[in-house]
Write a protein that binds this ligand. Structure first.
Ligand code: NAD
Length: 250
């Protein structure tokens, strides 16, 4: 049988056509899950879900807004009656240097990448606690581990490093409720997040420096999410899974 058969999975930041979130939604559906796509735009989210199949749903949700997260959780639970998996994938970046980080940029980057992980988790945790089961996977980045240097500024590194700490603390706290919390830390993955922010020459240079000699595909990260979301990782919590082609071996 399929490893996500009978599971309901919520994935944030999953409406972007070439993004990691939608690739994950597709892969989870292929392995038997019903998926709920959450992204900023209601229509884009619904269309992304429909593109996978009629049994999936997409709702508008701003992960940086607690009320928005709570209402998305209510709709998802009303639709499917339970939530087995939460993928905190939504994120944004900005390539700037330390002195260029103004208060608005700091808040924007921290709000979506870090606060959003807390708020969306808070919205779904009551249901997972009721079920006494759940798997949460959060998006960190190699930027958190090696101090940026690819795409995001120091505020992005700080936010993604914050995700690692938040996820580990939640893993410790929620273990007794049979809720696991893990992270993925991708290297440079070819999606629209880098569009216009990094030149093709720079990409080729980075690819040449990666031991596996290429940049990552969205599906490379989706497969890591799949493992951590599924019961295959039943005894894994508080872990961070690198998906970087060997770019950062530590
Ligand atoms: P992407 O831009 O294609 O996808 C990000 C999605 O998040 C978009 O659909 C966007 O609409 C959504 N989003 C933005 N703000 C939101 C909010 N407030 N609420 C809900 N949704 C919101 O980029 P991607 O590369 O697929 O990024 C997915 C995640 O992977 C991000 O967290 C990113 O930081 C992380 N990441 C990406 C790479 C990479 O190289 N692409 C590497 C490491 C980590």
């Amino acid at each position: 049988n399929l490893i996500l058969e009978g599971k309901v999975a919520v994935i944030s930041g999953a409406a972007s056509p070439r993004g990691i979130g939608l690739a994950t939604a597709r892969m989870f559906a292929k392995y038997g899950a019903k998926v709920v796509i959450l992204d900023l735009d209601e229509k884009a989210s619904a269309e992304a879900a429909a593109s996978i199949g009629p049994e999936h749903r997409g709702f508008g949700c701003n992960v940086a807004d607690l009320d928005s997260c709570k209402s998305a959780a209510e709709r998802a639970i009303a639709e499917f009656g339970k939530i087995d998996i939460l993928i905190n994938n939504a994120g944004i970046t900005q390539p700037v240097k330390t002195q260029e980080i103004d208060p608005v940029s700091w808040e924007r980057i921290l709000d979506v990448n870090l606060r959003g992980v807390l708020y969306l988790s808070q919205a779904f945790l009551p249901q997972m606690k009721k079920q006494k089961a759940g798997s949460i996977v959060c998006m960190s980045s190699v930027s958190a581990q090696r101090g940026g240097g690819i795409l995001g500024g120091p505020h992005y590194s700080a936010a993604k490093a914050g995700v690692l700490g938040l996820a580990k603390a939640m893993a410790r706290e929620l273990g007794p409720d049979n809720i696991r919390v893990n992270c993925v830390a991708p290297g440079l993955i070819q999606t629209d997040i880098s569009a216009g922010k990094i030149t093709e020459d720079k990409k080729a240079e980075i690819a040449a420096s990666v031991p596996l000699c290429r940049l990552g595909f969205a599906d490379d990260v989706a497969a890591a999410y799949l493992y951590l979301a599924s019961d295959l990782s039943a005894y894994v919590t508080g872990h961070c899974l690198d998906v970087n082609g060997g770019m950062h071996i530590h």
